[in-house]
Design a binder for this molecule. Structure first.
Ligand SMILES: [Zn+2]
Length: 291
C-alpha cells in the first residue's frame, strides 16, 4: 500500500473560467498497476484506464493537439524543472474521446512523481494564449516541489497555503529570464484566467484562496522571480511576505535568504500587493500592472 498525494486543478467544463477547484487528499491504494504507460513514445490508446481520478474511458499518451503544442509543453516541462534545479517529472496527456470534457483537469501526483494534464483544460487554456497552459504546468510543478521538499512550511486546515504557494511558484517561473521570461502584459491576464478565479469556500479542505489572495500570491511570486531562489528559500521568503507582512497580522523574523536589497525591493511593492490582496486592485486592473 502506498500513500498517494495528489493535487488537482479542476475547472468546470460547463462554465469556462468560472471555477478552479483543487482537491488534495491522501488515499491508500496500489498505484503501480495504474501507471500503465511509462514510455514517452507510447501511442494512443495503449491503455484504456488511467486511474480513479479520471473517467473510465480516459487514456494516456504523450501528444497534445499537434506537434507544435506537444513540443511546446514538453519543452516547458523541462524548463520549469530546470529553473528550480530539478529533473523534469513524467508528464502525460489525458484524453477521453467519448467525453472530452471529462479531461478538464490537471493533477500533480507525489508518487510516482508525475503530472497528468487533461486535453480539455489544455485546449481551453490555449484558447486564452500559449502562456496559459505553461502557467498551469508551472503551478502543477510547484506541487512537485512541495512534495520533494516537504513544503509549504505553513499549514492550514485547507489547501490554501499549498495552492497559493503553487501560484507563487508559477509567478516566479513566468518572470525568470531563464524561465518563461514573460512580460506582465502577457502574464497578468493569463494569471487572471488561470489562477485568480479562486473560491470563497474558506472552510472547504480544497480551498485555493480567494481570487484577490491568488492574484497577490502570483504577483508576489512574480516579484520574487527577480532573484535566484531554491524551492525552500522561495517558500520561506514567500510566506515571510505573504503570511507575515501582507496579512498585516504578524511579522516574523526575516529569513536569512532575504537580502537587504530584496527586502527593499519587495517592500517597495508592498502597497500594491496589499491593494491586490484587499481587492482594491481588481482583476481587470491586475492584468494591466507594470512589470
Ligand atoms: Zn494546485
Amino acid at each position: 500500500m502506498k500513500t498517494i498525494k495528489k493535487t488537482s486543478l479542476i475547472m468546470s467544463a460547463m462554465a469556462l473560467g468560472m471555477l478552479f477547484a483543487c482537491s488534495k487528499d491522501d488515499s491508500a491504494e496500489t498505484e503501480t498497476s495504474k501507471e500503465a504507460i511509462s514510455q514517452p513514445s507510447a501511442l494512443n490508446k495503449e491503455c484504456s484506464y488511467v486511474d480513479a481520478y479520471w473517467s473510465s474511458n480516459a487514456y494516456l499518451n504523450s501528444t497534445i493537439i499537434n506537434t507544435t503544442q506537444t513540443n511546446f509543453i514538453y519543452a516547458q516541462n523541462t524548463k520549469i524543472a530546470s529553473v528550480f534545479g530539478q529533473a523534469a517529472v513524467t508528464l502525460r496527456i489525458v484524453h477521453d474521446d467519448s467525453n472530452p470534457n471529462s479531461t478538464y483537469n490537471a493533477i500533480s501526483y507525489s508518487y510516482p512523481k508525475k503530472i497528468y494534464f487533461g486535453e480539455a483544460i489544455y485546449r481551453a487554456a490555449l484558447a486564452k494564449g500559449q502562456i496559459v497552459p505553461a502557467m498551469i504546468l508551472a503551478h502543477e510543478f510547484g506541487h512537485q516541489l512541495q512534495y520533494a521538499y516537504g513544503l509549504p512550511s505553513v499549514s492550514e486546515s485547507t489547501a490554501r497555503p499549498n495552492e497559493l504557494e503553487a501560484d507563487g511558484f508559477a509567478g516566479y517561473y513566468m518572470r525568470k529570464p531563464s524561465g518563461y521570461n514573460a512580460t506582465w502584459a502577457a502574464a497578468g491576464p493569463a494569471f487572471e484566467f488561470a489562477y485568480a478565479i479562486g473560491d470563497y469556500s474558506t472552510s472547504n479542505p480544497g480551498h485555493h484562496g480567494t481570487p484577490p489572495q491568488r492574484r497577490s500570491a502570483t504577483r508576489l511570486g512574480w516579484y520574487l522571480g527577480e532573484y535566484n531562489l531554491s524551492a525552500s528559500a522561495f517558500d520561506s521568503n514567500f510566506f515571510y511576505y505573504y503570511n507575515n507582512v501582507l496579512s498585516g497580522s504578524y511579522r516574523g523574523a526575516r529569513p536569512s535568504t532575504v537580502t537587504d536589497e530584496m527586502d527593499a525591493f519587495i517592500n517597495s511593492k508592498m502597497e500594491e500587493l496589499r491593494k491586490i490582496n484587499s481587492g482594491e486592485i481588481d482583476g481587470t486592473e491586475f492584468g494591466k500592472l507594470n512589470d
